[in-house]
Each structure stands twice: as C-alpha cells, then as structure tokens.
Design a protein. Structure first.
Length: 474
C-alpha cells in the first residue's frame, strides 16, 4: 500500500516564508509525490500573515478541541491543495492571529499547542501516516508527544518519526519550571527534554525520533564538533547511529530565469550572454550603480548577521570595491551590519549599493543581474541562495562549510561550478574574489563557467529519491 507521510512544520512556501525552511517545506513534498506513490501532506499553523493571494483558496474543513495540560483550546482545521499536495492549517486566533510567525513571548506555548493539535487532528482528517516528518524546534514536540502523551494508543504507536535539523542554533530552550504547565510533560518525562539545566525541545526530538536528518552531508558531520553544535554535540554523539544528511534542492519551476516575471529580461543557459547583460544594466540603473557592462557586479543577498559571515565581509568590502568590483547588498539584520553597509554605499557612490530590506522580487532581479554571488557563511546547514544564484547565472563564491561545501566546487582545480575558500578571514574573501575576477576578464572561459553553473542540477529530484528511501527504511 502507498505509504502516508505527514510533514509538520512552522512555515511553507507559498503560504508563509521567513527563510530556507519555508522553501523546503513548500517544495519537497511535491517532489516526493512526483517520484513515488507516497501520499505526502503538510500541517502548518494558520497564521494571520498567510498571503492574501492564497487565503482565498484555503477552505474551512471542521473544528475540534485540543487539550494540553489544564488548557482546552479551539482548533479549526482548514485545508487547500498546492501542487497536488494537501496542506492543513491549524486555526486558533489567540495563538496565530498575530504579526510575524516567531518571536512572541509565548512561542513555547504556541508551538506546543500546534504540535499537540497536529497529532490530535489525525482521526478528524482520517489520515494516520506511516511517518511523521517534523522540522526544527517548532515541531520538535511532535515526536516527543508521540512517545509520551500518545504512547498508549495503538494508532499512534505505530507511527515512525523523522526529525530534520535545519539550523542547530535555534533549539527551543525554556525554563524547567514550565515543563508541566506549558508543555504538559510529567516530571518523569523531563529527562527526554532536559539539557544543561533547561528544557531543550530540539534535544528531546533528537533523542526520541526514529531517523535524524540534517540538510547536507557535511553539516551532518560538522555538528559533532562544539564549534557548530551550539552545545548539542554530546547528544548527537549518543544518537549518531540514526543521523544522516540529505542536501536540499530548489524548486526549478519557481526559480527559473526563463519564466521569471520579476527579472528585467528573461533568459536561459543558451541566451544568458545578452540576457544577463540587459538585467545588469537595468539593475545598475535602479540601484544607483554606475552603468558599466565590464565591471564585475557582486551580489550579497543575506540576513546581515554574524553566522552568515558578515563580520569577515565587512573587513573585505572596501578592498573589493577599491580593486574594481561593484558590490550590491540586499537584506536586513543586525544593526551594526545594516549601519556598516549603509555607510559603505555612502563611501563608494556608483560602486556600492545597499538595500536594507528583504523583497523576493528585488532578490530575483539581483540574482539575474549579478556576475558573482558572495556567501562567506561561518556555518551553513545547506544554503539555498547559492543554488538560486547558480540557476540565474551568478557565479557563487562561497566558504567551504556545510551545504556550501557539498554544492559548490572550485573551478580552479578543473571541473567546478564556482569559487571556494576554507579560511574564515577577510583576506580569504578578497583572494577568492580576485581569482574570480581574473577569470571574468577572460570572456570565453567565463562564459563556459557561467554555462556550467547554470546547468548544475540543484533540482529536488535527486534528494527526493533519498527521502523516499529514508522513509522506506524507517
Ligand atoms: C536554514 C539553514 C539553511 C538551510 C535552510 C533550509 O535556514 O540556515 O542553511 O538551507 O534552513 O534547510
């Protein structure tokens, strides 16, 4: 019989996306369904921020009540289909009719309610999956509740679980005193979630899940070291037997420069020479950069925070520009970096442009217009931007970590699809940009590289196969 898989996650494209997790949950279920006879469905919170465009396609199904400890809460169930995948939405206005998905004082309670609801609705929607796949700390309580609150029920006991770490930095930590009150866990269950003197939901999911995954093979190896694990390496050591890494892909339909209506001019691997040039000149105009076909245009599209390597980029940026490249930065983040890049643009009129916002349409324009894409992350579980940049013919220059190491290979050693560096210093960035520029001025070789970059297969197809095998195994 066809296997049934249920994803439980806190965001999914196109409904609500704040980062890479949303892109993955929006694309992977459909990719698995395309490649197998598995029935994959998704449960999400019904946030107020779900885009207007999709709201009208979401229908009310029914409601139930969900109890958690002393609370008993309304739980509306909404439903829609997107790319043939059924998405369910958990509706409770008290918890989800707020601005933004995360960052509220009671996030622990909100996502505890969400996880309990995702399990309670199974008989209501008449879908008992073979595997539940939970993602990051917001849905970590799903495998935990299955093995605690639901362990007496035969229907629930036979469900296997997979848990994916998209970013180990955010673990869902709370004071031990709210174990019973907020999470409805008994003191004798405390050991599952307790770590270093507090409740750590990610730690609990790592302990109880049947299969532990992360989003690239290299990150799966890196998180054993304290440098990357944010305190969880001993727990990962203990559970290493069930850990695996599967590289993410990107949605090749959504990210397609040939059909993308937000870029200035559509192009593909055959027409990129003229197409990218037109995009570059138009973007230089829009971004206040000197219109010049021959100066290399380097893009940075990122959250402006430390672990994305903004500290070493800040040390390299002036030098990169002084050596004759344009730098266009798009993103928001920590004040020190927003301030730094704002003043960088002031210092280098016509050569640097800073746009302190996140706008997906502008991002696509910049991917399409730029010659090179810089991503100097300190750690990167997978990273999707380097894949999107590749699809739009912007040659990635990346630090060799996590998914960046697994997806981009330096072209200086023969066959490659970008430039890479391993050290974590500003000089490493400057040297790599120099190497890229040297090739850039040799048009024939550069075009061969862009062609290679654009035709690298970062679609979900291959990874979907790995997920299918993983589900069959568990
Ligand atoms: C997180 C990680 C990023 C990864 C994404 C999707 O945002 O930081 O590297 O690509 O999750 O898995």
């Amino acid at each position: 019989m066809a296997k049934k898989i249920l994803f439980v996650a806190s965001e999914a494209a196109p409904f609500v996306v704040t980062g890479g997790l949303g892109d993955v949950i929006g694309a992977l279920p459909a990719a698995i369904m395309n490649k197998s006879d598995m029935d994959v469905r998704v449960v999400l919170p019904f946030y107020r921020d779900i885009s207007e465009k999709h709201m009208s396609e979401i229908e009310y199904l029914c409601y139930t009540y969900v109890s958690l400890g002393w609370r008993n809460q309304y739980c509306g169930i909404f439903r829609t289909k997107y790319k043939n995948v059924t998405f369910y939405f958990i509706d409770n206005e008290y918890y989800f009719k707020r601005e933004g998905c995360y960052g509220h004082f009671d996030d622990g309670e909100r996502f505890a309610y969400f996880c309990k609801s995702a399990l309670e609705i199974l008989p209501v929607i008449d879908f008992f999956p073979d595997v539940i796949h939970a993602h990051d700390w917001q849905s970590a309580l799903v495998p935990i509740y299955l093995r605690t609150l639901f362990s007496d029920s035969e229907n629930y006991r036979r469900i296997r679980t997979a848990f994916t770490i998209h970013n180990i930095e955010y673990q869902g930590k709370f004071d031990l005193s709210i174990l019973g009150d907020v999470f409805a866990l008994a003191p004798y269950h405390g050991g599952i979630v307790e770590w270093n003197g507090c409740i750590n939901l990610m730690k609990g999911a790592i302990e109880v899940c049947d299969k532990l995954l992360t989003v690239s093979p290299t990150y799966a190896a890196e998180i054993f070291s304290p440098f990357y694990s944010h305190g969880l390496s001993p727990i990962l050591e203990k559970n290493s037997g069930k850990l695996g890494g599967i590289l993410n892909g990107i949605d090749f339909e959504t990210y397609n420069p040939k059909t993308d209506m937000s870029v200035f001019c559509q192009f593909d691997a055959r027409s990129f020479k003229e197409g990218k040039l037109e995009n570059k000149l138009a973007l230089q105009r829009q971004f206040g950069l000197t219109e010049n076909a021959d100066v290399p245009l380097i893009a940075v599209i990122s959250r402006l925070v430390n672990h994305k390597g903004m500290d070493i980029l800040a040390g390299a940026a002036d030098e990169i520009i002084n050596r004759g490249a344009q730098l266009a930065v798009l993103g928001t983040g920590d004040y020190i970096y927003e301030d730094f890049f704002y003043h960088l643009a002031q210092r280098h009129p016509g050569m640097a442009s800073t746009n302190l916002m996140f706008n997906p349409d502008t991002a696509r324009k910049l991917y399409a217009a730029s010659d090179m894409f810089l991503m100097p992350s300190k750690s990167e579980p997978c990273g999707l931007a380097q894949m999107i940049a590749s699809r739009y013919g912007s040659v990635p220059i990346v630090r060799e970590t996590g998914g960046l190491y697994d997806s981009i290979h330096d072209c200086s050693f023969g066959h490659g699809n970008g430039f890479t560096f391993s050290g974590y210093t500003s000089n490493d960035i400057i040297n790599s940009v120099d190497r890229a520029k040297a090739l850039y001025y040799n048009k024939e070789n550069w075009h061969a590289l862009v062609n290679e970059v654009m035709t690298t297969d970062f679609s979900w197809d291959k990874s979907a196969g790995h997920y299918i095998n993983t589900y069959k195994e568990i």
